[in-house]
Each structure stands twice: as structure tokens, then as C-alpha cells.
Design a binder for this molecule. Structure first.
Ligand code: RM4
Ligand code: MN
Ligand code: MN
Length: 404
């Protein structure tokens, strides 16, 4: 109930989105990297960049960390992370184990036929759980690059068993309130089979692992044309929607800016979540998930062409705007129209929320919270990007990588 402005304000008050540390670093395509002068190379720089994005948006107080890239010393590095948290007023967010970079993982990590490699991978998972615990973090977010490229080269079925074992063991190490997020991806880097290819496999593995395991939906990890909001509705209903890695795509795992290609898709996802939330639009209410609370909204993007901070601020704003539009859907009225099979009116009810220009209300909400009305302009005016470009430019000019 309430005016559109009130609905939007309530929705945005409860909306937080996590930014990824790897979104500020120089990353590339498999053909090479285009280096950016302002790219972050150390965890301190990533924290600084993230704090700047949070300063202009006020919506992203947590930073997702990738263990191998950000805490190469493992648990030993926790003290340093704690110090950075205090210094930059940002919290560490989800902890992402890295089970794809070491040479041993060429034929898989927890699904590797070699028991020694599987042990190494499990040890890394357990260490990641420990890191999360010591940082008072809730989520350990697991993505496997495991899979195979050619039929007959691996036993799909044995690998299921190995995954069940490892995920079960990692689950057993979770503290109360901690969660294990299981991410799926249909292909890449493996191109014949990936060991967790879709939400069904992720769901079954999560169920087997235990009650604190839930599913993570990376919007870029679906076949073209797949109905992602339907998957979201199912996961919500089953109480296992752990969170999202948001990005957009035209073809596959393109990691483009959220909503840049298909904002209606993102809107429909938020609409399903808010429908399950009883339409309170707070997002903080009764969202059904294994360990309670709203699903974790996280960004999984690393931009090679756009400026990294600019793109991150743009993404946060896009997420807020689309979430605000989803908060405007008159869900009680929509339910009546659906029950009466008044198809065109039902569709128009949904569409009219989507087509509402919420930007003035979002600006007003920001002003009311003491935030910059236009975060992108605020970022530009802060001079932050120029400053770090100057500080980091010379160092970032070297390096890079080539495809062959
Ligand atoms: C994968 C997947 C993971 C992310 C890596 C870097 O495609 O989306 O979540 O950690 O990329
Ligand atoms: Mn992801
Ligand atoms: Mn991805």
C-alpha cells in the first residue's frame, strides 16, 4: 500500500547488493586483457574502490572475496582483511573458493579422478569455510569449473559421487547460520559436460549436502531462451534460493552490465521474489530460504571495456531502478486478474510497473537518505578515478597477457 514513492522508498531501504573484488582488477577474455590505468591490483585497492562505489550509492556495504586472488595466504590473511574492513568501512561478503586455477585442477577439483587432488580441493573448501567463519561471514559461494570436453573421457556418474562427498564434508564444517551456495553453469570452461550444469543438479547436490546448502543463480549461466524467473519461482518455493550473481548477457556468460540487454528479465526475477515475499517489497521479510532472510544479491561482472568503477556504479543504479519498478507491481490486483484469466489486463498490470519511470523517485529517495542524487555524476565529481589512475597507472601499464 501507499503511494508509488513510498513503495519505492521502502523497497530501496531494504535493498543491498554485493560487489565483487574481481570487478576492480584487470581481467580479460581468453584472448587477452586490455589494461586499465585505474585497475586495482591489491586487496587494499579493491577495498578502496568498493568503498568509493558504496560512498556514492549507499547500497553495497559488502565486498565478495575470491580466496585465491584476495587471500592467497588463506586463513593467515584474515587479520589483514579485518584491518581493511575497519579502514574502509566495508565488510567482507561472500567467500569464493577457487577450485579452477591450480595446475592440479586440469581434470577437475572435487571431481578429479585422482583422490589426492580431490583431497587438496576439499582442504581448500574447508579453509574457505574457516575464513568465512573468522570473518563472521554467512556465505561460502562455490562455483566449480569441473567438467570434461569429450564424451567417454570421464565418468559423469562417479563424479556425482565425488561431489556429494566433498560438498557433504564442507557442509559439516559450517557453523550455525552459515550457508553454502552452490552455483551452476551449463558450459565453459568445459564444453562437453560440466559437473553442475543446471539448477536441478545444484538443487539435488544442495539437498544432499545438508540444510544450510542453497542454490546460487548466476543470470549469465543459462541457455538462451531459458525462463530464469521460473527457476527462481521453483527455488523460492523449495526454500533453497540462496542468492544471485547478477550480470547480463547476449549469448552466454558474457558478464555484461545488469539489465543492459534485457532489463525486463531482471524485473521479472525481482517480481517473483517480491511475490514470494508477500509483496511487502522490503525484501527483508519472510523470503523463504533455508536459513532465512532475503536471497543474497551479488554482482558478478568484470568489465574490460567500460571503466571499472563507473560500470560498477552504473550496475548498482540499474539494480535499484529495476527493483524499484518491481516493487510497484500491484500484486493483489494482479492475483485477481490471474485468477479470472483476464490475460491482457494481467499482462498490462505487470507491464505498466515495468514501464514506469522510477528515476525521479529513486533520486528523491537518495536525497532523503543524504546520498548523491546521481551516483555516476558524484563519482565523476569526486575525482577518485583520476586520482587512482595517477597512482596506479605506471604500474598497470606493464604486464598483460596474450592468448598464445
Ligand atoms: C565463473 C562464475 C563464478 C566466478 C568466476 C570468476 O563464470 O560465474 O561465480 O567466480 O566466473
Ligand atoms: Mn558467477
Ligand atoms: Mn560466470
Amino acid at each position: 500500500m501507499g503511494t508509488q514513492e513510498e513503495k519505492i522508498s521502502r523497497a530501496l531501504d531494504g535493498f543491498r547488493i554485493e560487489i565483487p573484488s574481481w570487478g576492480f582488477a584487470n581481467t580479460g577474455t581468453r584472448f587477452g586483457k586490455y589494461l586499465q590505468a585505474e585497475a586495482a591490483a591489491t586487496l587494499e585497492e579493491k577495498f578502496a574502490d568498493a568503498a568509493q562505489v558504496n560512498a556514492v550509492t549507499g547500497a553495497c556495504p559488502t565486498l565478495a572475496l575470491h580466496v585465491e586472488w584476495d587471500l592467497p595466504g588463506g586463513v593467515e590473511d584474515v587479520g589483514r582483511v579485518r584491518e581493511l574492513e575497519t579502514r574502509f568501512g566495508m565488510r567482507a561478503g561472500s567467500i569464493n573458493p577457487n577450485l579452477f586455477q591450480a595446475q592440479e585442477y586440469k581434470f577437475g577439483s572435487i571431481c578429479n579422478p585422482d583422490a589426492g587432488v580431490r583431497r587438496k580441493a576439499l582442504a581448500h573448501l574447508l579453509e574457505s569455510v574457516k575464513i568465512a567463519r573468522e570473518l563472521d561471514g554467512r556465505d561460502v559461494s562455490i562455483w566449480l569449473a569441473d567438467g570434461s570436453n569429450y564424451p567417454g573421457t570421464q565418468s559423469i556418474s562417479k563424479r556425482i559421487g565425488w561431489m556429494e562427498e566433498a560438498l557433504g564434508a564442507a557442509h559439516a564444517a559450517l557453523a550455525p547460520g552459515q550457508r553454502m551456495l552452490v552455483e551452476y553453469k551449463p558450459f565453459e570452461p568445459a564444453f562437453y559436460h560440466t559437473d553442475i550444469a543446471d539448477w536441478g543438479m545444484a538443487l539435488l547436490l544442495a539437498r544432499k549436502a545438508g540444510p544450510q546448502a542453497v542454490v546460487l543463480v548466476d543470470t549469465g549461466h543459462h541457455y538462451l531462451g531459458q525462463n530464469i524467473e521460473q527457476i527462481v519461482a521453483w527455488l523460492l518455493r523449495e526454500g533453497v534460493l540462496g542468492g544471485f550473481h547478477f550480470n547480463d548477457r547476449r549469448y552466454a556468460d558474457d558478464d555484461l552490465t545488469l539489465g543492459s540487454i534485457d532489463p525486463y528479465q531482471v524485473f521479472r526475477i525481482f517480481h517473483e521474489i517480491l511475490s514470494a515475499d508477500g509483496g511487502s517489497a522490503s525484501g527483508m521479510g519472510e523470503a523463504p530460504s533455508a536459513t532465512g532472510g532475503q536471497p543474497a544479491y551479488m554482482i558478478d561482472q568484470s568489465h574490460n571495456l567500460k571503466g571499472k568503477l563507473e560500470a560498477m556504479v552504473q550496475t548498482v543504479c540499474a539494480a535499484q531502478e529495476i527493483y524499484a519498478r518491481a516493487a510497484l507491481v500491484d500484486r493483489a490486483h494482479l492475483a485477481e486478474l490471474q485468477d479470472a484469466c483476464r490475460l491482457v489486463e494481467a499482462e498490462e498490470c505487470l507491464r505498466s510497473a515495468f514501464w514506469t519511470d522510477v528515476r525521479p523517485a529513486v533520486r528523491a529517495w537518495r536525497a532523503g537518505r543524504g546520498l548523491a542524487e546521481d551516483p555516476l555524476t558524484a563519482l565523476r565529481e569526486s575525482g577518485y578515478v583520476e586520482r587512482v589512475r595517477g597512482e596506479r597507472g605506471a604500474r598497470n601499464a606493464g604486464g598483460g597477457s596474450s592468448y598464445a
